[in-house]
Design a protein around this ligand. Structure first.
Ligand code: FES
Length: 123
């Protein structure tokens, strides 16, 4: 259970989405994205609909991350919705959100309970 460095803060512009695969050996895939307003959000990488990877299929729109596979949207709290062409908003399954922080030395980190141990050292 720890914080994991993902990307330099100055390398993630508003609207950016990056994958974090440092916990892949533990079966965990994460993404970190930045709203157009600058808020950093960390969440599971797989869309709860049909498992698209949100670093590949995700697009930031304001304060939401849209999965371009079928247009589900996720807000900064992970709440999932979908809008139809008439503007109706239907609730969809959420994506799990994880705490993020920016360190004093300029890294974005994400917190996750999973640990990966190789050769006796925790990564
Ligand atoms: S896989 Fe993401 S909306 Fe369908």
């Amino acid at each position: 259970m720890s914080w994991h460095r993902v990307v330099r803060d100055d390398a993630l512009a508003p609207g950016g989405v990056v994958a974090f695969d440092g916990l892949r050996d533990a079966g965990v895939e994460l993404v970190v994205w930045r709203t157009d307003g600058g808020t950093v959000v960390g969440c599971d990488a797989r869309c709860p609909h049909q498992w698209s990877h949100l670093a590949a299929a995700g697009l930031v729109d304001g304060d939401e991350l849209i999965c371009l596979s079928h247009w589900w949207r996720f807000d900064c709290a992970g709440v999932g919705t979908k809008r139809n062409v008439l503007g109706r908003v239907d609730e969809k399954a959420p994506v799990a959100v994880h705490p993020t922080r920016v360190t004093d030395d300029g890294w974005i980190e994400i917190f996750h309970a999973a640990e990966v141990t190789r050769g006796g050292s925790t990564m």
